[in-house]
Design a protein around this ligand. Structure first.
Ligand SMILES: NC(=O)N[C@@H](CC(=O)O)C(=O)O
Ligand SMILES: [Zn+2]
Ligand SMILES: [Zn+2]
Length: 348
């Protein structure tokens, strides 16, 4: 039996939803993670500091607060008031601001259409060192869905960064070798990227070959195998610009297994066991702690967690719960397609 002990991980991209779904899923993240960047794409979205504070309090009420800290974000719209963003950050209510191109993903209808209209907010954020977190896909219907991330980098992200010197940016849930290359080529020190668990494990064949598998459908959609390999290489390289953001995104089965299914994979309950296997297979278990627990805090200017978590590898695989039950119906837990030998010490 092997064990590894890590500083308690953080999740730098997490969807906890609200209400009954929040109550059902928040404990899964709080068990293994010390902090999480909470995505603001509720319906309606979290757009003001006051709304972020209220949502933070609902999250705190849903989990035993002692060892889980929600780090809140605001959803950037063309009507966002720079002064509200700066004040919410100064008051410690928010950690970052999230940019969704309008229509790019789940609950993104209020996102940005005309990037010139958020220029003032972005400049205020650069000034106050507030990170911009980016869902990096163009929404132009003429652009093939598998190309939307790469095109976003050229058409949107790079121009925004050039126009806003000093702006700290996290490319969220990267899925392509182009994104890995863009981060690696950066010399500003102001660019990072989160990598999900599922994008380290699946490629587009998992979604489409041999039958359509809605629980592997997420956005950005998984790409071909060469891109998955590039992501594993980035995550296991020790490069501190890459860190874990699970993008754990629960939807009830009824919303996934339907004629027009929602995007999102629910990975929180199995994220660390899967990651340990990915890093072991890459011969990089010694770099797991950097990816899960050190690089993210460093980018955000925070100390790593003091608490530790132990992962144990047993010869016999264990079987995670396949469903998380919620008041709205069951949510399917992500299946990596390989046996899980690693397990966290926290109660399952
Ligand atoms: N990743 C997803 O496929 N879905 C996320 C939204 C997002 O992160 O883009 C969700 O909120 O369900
Ligand atoms: Zn997204
Ligand atoms: Zn997300």
């Amino acid at each position: 039996m092997d064990t590894i002990t890590l500083r308690r991980p953080d999740d730098w991209h997490l969807h906890l939803r609200d209400g009954a779904m929040l109550a059902a899923v928040a404990p899964d993240s709080a068990r293994d993670f010390g902090r999480a960047i909470i995505m603001p794409n509720l319906v309606p979205p979290v757009v003001t500091g006051a709304q972020a504070a209220a949502y933070r309090d609902r999250i705190r009420a849903a989990v035993p607060a002692a060892d889980f800290a929600p780090l809140m974000t605001l959803y950037l719209t063309e009507a966002t008031d720079p002064a509200d963003v700066v004040a919410a950050h100064a008051a410690g209510i928010i950690t970052a601001v999230k940019l969704y191109p309008a229509g790019a993903t789940t609950n993104s209808a209020s996102g940005v259409r005309d990037f010139d209209r958020v220029r003032g907010v972005l400049e205020a954020m650069a000034e106050a060192a507030i990170p911009l977190l980016v869902h990096g896909e163009v929404t132009d219907p003429d652009i093939d869905i598998f190309d939307r991330e790469a095109v976003f980098i050229d058409r949107v992200l790079d121009p925004i960064r050039r126009a806003t010197p000093g702006l700290r940016v996290v490319m969220e849930h990267i899925t392509t070798s182009e994104a890995v290359g863009y981060v690696r080529a950066d010399t500003s020190g102001a660019l990072g990227a989160t990598v999900t668990v599922h994008h380290l494990v699946i490629n587009r064949n998992h979604i489409l070959a041999g039958g359509i598998r809605p629980h592997y459908y997420c956005l950005p959609v998984a790409k071909r195998e060469t891109h998955r390999v590039a992501l594993v290489d980035a995550a296991t390289s020790g490069d501190a610009r890459f860190f874990l953001g699970t993008d754990s995104a629960p939807h009830v089965d009824a919303a996934k297994e339907t004629g027009c299914g929602c995007a999102g994979c629910y990975t929180a309950p199995v994220a660390l066991p899967i990651l340990a296997q990915v890093f072991e297979d890459a011969g990089a278990l010694d770099r797991l702690e950097g990816f899960t627990s050190l690089h993210g805090p460093a980018f955000y200017g925070l100390a790593p967690n003091e608490a530790r978590i132990t992962l144990t590898r047993a010869a016999e695989p264990w079987s995670p719960h396949r469903k998380r039950s919620t008041a709205g119906g069951p949510v399917t837990v992500f299946d990596p397609g390989f046996p899980l030998h690693w397990r966290t010490n926290a109660p399952a």
